[in-house]
Design a protein around this ligand. Sequence first.
Ligand SMILES: O=C(O)C(=O)Cc1ccccc1
Length: 306
Amino acid sequence: MPRLAYLGPEGTFTEEALRLLDPTAERLPCATVSAALNAARSGDADGAVVPLENSIEGAITTTLDEFAWGEPLLINAELLLPVQFSLLARPGTEIPHIKRVYTHPAAITQCRAYISRELPDAVVVAAPSTAAAAQEVSLPGSPYDAAIAARIAGEHYGLVELAGDIGDRSDTVTRFVKVSRPGPLPEATGSDRTTLVVFLADDHPGALLEMLTEFSVRGVNLTRIESRPTGDGIGRYFFHFDFEGHVADARVGEAIAGLHRICGEVRFLGSYPRADGVAPQIKRGTSDPEFAEAGEWLAKVRAGQV
Ligand SMILES: O=C(O)C(=O)Cc1ccccc1
């Protein structure tokens, strides 16, 4: 039974994602995304489940930066989870009296309209996770009047639901990933995704276009691109890429080998089955047999067999 670290405490959306990804795993709740990833790195856990992006606000930047700068980990699974937010408070609290709200930053951005409409005078404070917020609000002397979290977190910490489904959109989805220390990759399934981080060798006109060309000429479809500051000054960025296919696919292998040739550093973050099961459309000339045939043809040319 694997032991999986996750963004806790009990009752987070990440816990729900973990239970769906591996119902039999032993669960190790951690206070932050970084602590969960460090538990996987140190061997305290066999792996970790963390949020990566959501369909409203985009990337969870702590996760992106951990993947880029921390000890290497490999993504081996992903999950898309529809999330619904509830306004939770100690029994007896009434919405007009709520002055301080506590929740995770991703929940703040996804409940903006509700907060400004129903809680216009409330101060909203960032919590380490939605369940940490619910837990804190449940304490008798808490400085917070309400938390925004999953309904189940309210049940867990003895809070009442003052309002349900308060997200700006009811179809919000969060993408979670399961990571482990580097080791054998999941097999290619025909519906896979690969994640990379790329650092430029030097800043020059067309550097981004050159990277994109490596994907484009091999028919590799990108599903996410993100630029993040390197920390070396304004204008200094590195890039995150998600794209269709597995590193075992010829077109994907060739594309990332091309990036390795032209970029400063390429960090491979894993090839793993896609949660939505979508298979890539293979452009003419970019299938594995076509790459193999072209390789054989080149070998003959080099041998003078024209
Ligand atoms: O805080 C949580 O419950 C998390 O798992 C992070 C999060 C927060 C808001 C939406 C999705 C995930």
